[in-house]
Design a protein around this ligand. Structure first.
Ligand code: UD1
Length: 415
């Protein structure tokens, strides 16, 4: 599938932000821990979420989904093996392993494999599973986990990995152990997971900070829960409006979760208003150049890096971006350069010499965030941009064309 995008259109209006992709995945995994019914609201209708639901169904859960609400009944769940093909399709399905171990004290899954944005090893997951008492056999690409009892311990993560932090929480919440995770990831999605599990009756504290404590409980109850807004979708629309000198109100979002993005947009010359569940942006002039370094939360998010890179191609002066989290996150650069951008890569640094205009041409998405960066480029380019492989973008953006058309963009999908 392709997008046909016609630039340059000023984006203006109101957009409703969807539920967070990265909060949905661990929360869907956590829904199997109560052995009963969980109702989840504000679930984004995107491919990664639908693949996770498919895996839950294969594991024996019954799923009933209507628009952004899903009811998961895990009472008859009877499998603890994640199918290899789905594991490969969705690398973050590794966090289902923690939840399956939590429920059955055993799990089998395969290596998620290489990835378009970097090697994405799972050593932090595996090594720390071992520390909390999970026995692991690695056999022909399969990881077989068994556990008599989760063991009380204090863990120091070598790196604040989001997935490893979530996996450890999910694996230990149903136990009689007390686990402390130091140097834990501090992302808002981990707070959402903590809030979700605590509503079920878990005893987790400290999420949002670098030290998380899990006091195991023997059972969890049935609940309903509303997923937090997607901060990366929020940042994406803000950047698109910034680059097209537009004006937008974003509803159902939370400005506290994307402070570094808002600060950088202000530094580039945009006016931003922060209100409860709402952000407004006005961009009037050509943007100023920026220097950005991606870091774990609360630093500038790596998931916003490609989008800012694309936004800065038409800013004044030279911008510098340093990518510190994933080693292969500049795959959209050759495509942006085909559109007239002037970006040079040196190691993990991108040097972006601002040009006045990009020119529409045919380009290909190679990953989710790199793909949306090319949508942004298409919106600011003169003429038509044909963007192939939009399936990548559909992994993480709900109703993208509809939302963009509603605020004045010209974009449609074709085969
Ligand atoms: C999550 C997000 C992703 C985001 C990333 C960083 C989800 C579903 N995905 O991914 O959108 O870009 O956080 O904010 O929430 N690492 C290891 N060994 C491990 C685990 C990670 O070396 O066992 C490395 C990774 O290769 C990477 C870094 O740690 O360089 C960060 O990875 P991590 O925080 O685990 O990201 P994910 O949970 O995969």
């Amino acid at each position: 599938m392709k997008y046909n995008i016609k630039g340059v259109k000023r984006l203006e209006g109101i957009v409703e932000i969807s539920g967070s992709k990265n909060a949905s995945l661990p929360i869907l995994a956590g829904s199997i821990l109560n052995g009963g019914v969980t109702k989840i609201y504000n679930l984004p209708d995107i491919r990664d979420v639908n693949t996770t639901l498919e895996i839950l169904e294969i594991l024996g859960c019954s799923i009933s989904k209507k628009r952004n609400k899903v009811i998961i009944d895990s009472s008859k769940m009877n499998k603890s093996e994640i199918p290899e093909n789905l594991m490969r399709e969705l690398r973050s399905s590794v966090i289902l392993a923690g939840a399956i171990i939590g429920r059955f004290k055993k799990a089998v899954f395969s290596y998620p494999g290489g990835c378009e944005i970097g090697a994405r090893p799972i050593d932090l997951h595996i090594n720390n599973f071992k520390k909390i008492g999970i026995n692991i056999d690695e056999n022909a690409g399969y990881i077989v986990c068994n556990c008599d009892k989760i063991k009380s311990t204090e863990i120091q993560l070598d790196f604040p990995s989001v997935g490893a932090t979530e996996n450890l929480i999910l694996a230990s919440v149903l136990s009689d152990a007390e686990i402390i995770i130091k140097n834990a990831a501090m992302e808002p999605e981990i707070i959402d997971l903590q809030n979700f599990l605590n509503k079920m009756g878990a005893k987790i504290s400290g999420a949002g900070g670098s030290c998380i404590k899990i006091v195991g409980v023997s059972r969890l109850k049935e609940i309903s829960y509303t997923i937090m807004p997607d901060r990366i979708e929020t940042g994406t629309f803000l950047s698109m409006v910034a680059a097209t000198s537009g004006e937008l109100i974003l509803n159902n979002t939370n400005y506290n979760n994307i402070s570094p993005v808002l600060d950088k947009l202000e530094e580039s010359g945009c006016n931003i208003k922060r209100e409860k569940n709402k952000i407004s942006i006005v961009s009037k002039k050509r943007l100023k150049n920026l220097d950005i370094k991606t870091l774990p939360y609360p630093g500038f998010p790596t998931d916003m890096q490609s989008i800012f890179l694309s936004m800065l191609t038409t800013a004044k002066g030279t911008s510098i971006i340093v990518e510190n989290i994933f080693e292969n996150r500049y795959k959209c650069v050759p495509e942006l350069n085909r559109m007239g951008a002037k970006i040079r890569i040196e190691g993990n640094t991108a040097i972006i010499k601002g040009v006045k205009r990009l020119i529409g041409t045919s380009v290909k998405a190679t990953d989710l965030r790199g793909g949306i960066a090319l949508v942004l480029a298409g919106l600011v380019a003169n003429g038509n941009t044909i963007l192939e492989n939009v399936e990548y973008i559909e992994r993480g953006y709900e109703k993208l064309e509809t939302k963009l058309i509603n605020i004045g963009a010209s974009i449609y999908k074709e085969r």
